[in-house]
Ligand binder design. Structure first.
Ligand code: G4P
Length: 531
């Protein structure tokens, strides 16, 4: 491997930041995504960051592009330049189509932006998503949104984040008023006040900055709010944590920004924090317990998501691969470790600001899309020619269960085949109880059920329907072989095999689960299972 090539890879790695947004529906994820892209696009247009060879920098403005082509900003992966960095934003489906995809996407990022509605504070979905980020201690940046509305007391919001989400807060900016009285924010680290202007939602704001808290200009511009700001900042400095990069990188402290996504104010402060502090592409662990670091010059990556029907004319499915190390080059050969096959990839997709197009090269932290004709599964590792696999791409215990039944009972075999394949792909989970012929489908989000019936019909030609079933939760069970055998005999009525033949405990109630856990202390009941 030439030194020049290694250096090139290290430089590209240092430039990249790969993150996802976590939030409760309606907190403003879509809006903030739009504004983030607006910032990226503008900077690209201004030419401070060169576009890639294919000339993306000549592209029209993002908003126009979206209207012209009807591309939604919620494309799965978006890449954009910001300052001298290249940012990859991975979308986590919000709303109804909340599913395991969301969880797994969080395993493919190096940091997360948590968006909170300032009027509402910490909400359920955010709590759940934060739990997932804890599996890898992912660093979190927080944006308190909707400051153009009346929000709750900012100090109280920080307390709530600390109490409920168990993460320390370090405010980086502090709001001056909110709602009709929203005047702007004071940047604690830069010691400057940035004034808010309304009506700038669709462009990059011209910033009006007042340096220093004692500056008399502050009184001129803010009137009574200036004195109140000084008092508040004194209080805030006493009552909150200072930013500490190490604690941030360990996932123990979050820098907090205030702003309004709709008014496009404060988003750039947050982006500055992201590119300055969020980690560059991080190493990943293999099943042999080794770490593969991003600047290792041999290519490697893993599949964290498979998306069907991105192009409805083809039955094309795209497998999303997060590059862990090395470099992807068009036409290169890579090894799919699970099958041991070497495949030549010449048409991987990239996602520069919502545009699906073919990549010439890509680096660690980037996501590339591989066309999948049913041979790629979630959790698959691809390498240059090594045989290790990445660990840490989990299945999450489903929370919703239905019994699935055929309309035509003769098609039982196809149904099982379809379900097993869909579960390998991560679309859903399937459980076969040891003592019956039932097929139980488990999902994390309700929409997964509809998707499965639809795909069974179109791809496997079986008509299936659901019935309710009395299952509250499932856990994967492991332990010493003898103990597991004994457990298998005694608890048979509650045991099932999942799509990969892993033994699982199916609990009719949460109480039943805790009783089983008490009764069988030698058995491990796991909430997640690795692919
Ligand atoms: P989501 O993806 O997290 O679900 O949230 P989304 O961005 O769609 O925002 C949800 C609603 O909140 C939208 O209003 C959006 O305009 C609004 N919103 C987002 N950021 C701000 C903000 O900073 N201030 C205010 N006042 N509102 C904000 P909607 O009425 O549901 O949709 P729309 O008709 O406006 O698109």
């Amino acid at each position: 491997m030439s030194e020049a090539r290694s250096k090139k890879i290290a430089d590209e790695v240092a430039k990249r930041r790969t993150f996802a947004i976590i939030s409760h529906p309606d907190a403003g994820k879509t809006t903030i995504t739009e504004k983030v892209l607006l910032h990226g696009q503008q900077i690209q247009k201004a030419g401070t960051v060169k576009g890639k060879k294919s000339g993306q920098h000549a592209k029209s403005d993002w908003m126009e592009m979206e209207q012209e082509r009807g591309i939604s900003v919620t494309t799965s992966v978006m890449q954009f330049p910001y300052r001298d960095r290249l940012v990859n934003l991975l979308d986590t489906p919000g709303h109804e189509d909340f599913s395991e995809d969301t969880y797994r996407t969080l395993t493919a990022v190096d940091s997360c932006l948590m968006v909170i509605d300032g009027a509402k504070g910490v909400e359920d979905r955010t709590i759940k998503l934060m739990e997932v980020t804890r599996l890898r201690d992912t660093p979190i940046i927080t944006f308190m949104n909707k400051l153009d509305r009346d929000i709750r007391d900012p100090l109280e919001l920080l307390d709530e984040v600390e109490d409920v989400l168990k993460i320390m807060c370090a405010p980086i900016t502090w709001p001056i008023g909110s709602g009709k009285n929203f005047k702007g924010v004071y940047h604690l680290l830069n010691d400057e006040t940035v004034l808010y202007k309304t009506g700038q939602g669709h462009r990059i704001q011209e910033v009006d900055v007042i340096k220093g808290l004692d500056n008399p200009e502050l009184d001129e511009r803010l009137g009574v709010w200036a004195e109140e700001l000084r008092e508040q900042i004194e209080l805030v400095k006493g009552a909150s944590n200072e930013f500490d990069k190490e604690l941030f990188l360990a996932g123990e402290l979050t820098p907090v920004y205030f702003g309004t996504a709709l008014g496009n104010f404060g988003v750039d402060h947050m982006l500055d924090g992201l590119v300055d502090w969020a980690p560059q592409p991080q190493p990943r662990e293999t099943n042999e317990g080794e770490l593969v670091s991003a600047d290792n010059s041999d290519f490697s990556g893993f599949i964290f998501k498979i998306q069907a029907n991105m192009d409805p004319r083809h039955r094309d499915r795209v497998a999303f691969l997060r590059i862990v190390s090395g470099k992807y080059e068009k036409g290169m050969k890579m090894r799919q470790v699970r099958t041991g096959k070497d495949v030549r990839i010449s048409d991987a997709l990239t996602f520069l600001a919502g545009d699906r197009e073919h990549v010439e090269e890509a680096y660690p932290g980037d996501i590339i899309g591989l066309h999948n004709h049913g041979t790629i599964q979630i959790g698959d590792t691809f390498t240059a020619n090594a045989d290790f696999k990445f660990s840490g791409i989990p299945n999450f215990a489903p929370e919703l269960f239905r019994r699935i039944r055929l309309k035509d009972p003769l098609k039982q075999k196809q149904l099982l085949k379809g379900l097993v394949q869909l579960s390998e792909e991560g679309a859903v989970q399937v459980f076969r109880p040891l003592i019956s012929n039932d097929l139980i489908v488990g999902a994390v989000g309700v929409l997964q059920f509809d998707v499965v019936v639809h795909r069974l019909r179109t791809e496997y030609k079986v008509d299936a329907m659901y019935e309710n079933i009395n299952v509250a939760t499932a856990r994967w069970v492991t332990g010493d072989e003898r103990k597991v055998d004994e457990f298998r005999r005694k608890a048979e009525a509650n045991l099932a095999l999942d799509g990969g033949d892993n033994l699982s405990y199916i609990a009719p109630t949460m109480v039943n689960l805790s009783l089983a856990q008490e009764r069988y202390p030698d058995i491990t009941f796991s909430h997640t299972r690795e692919h």
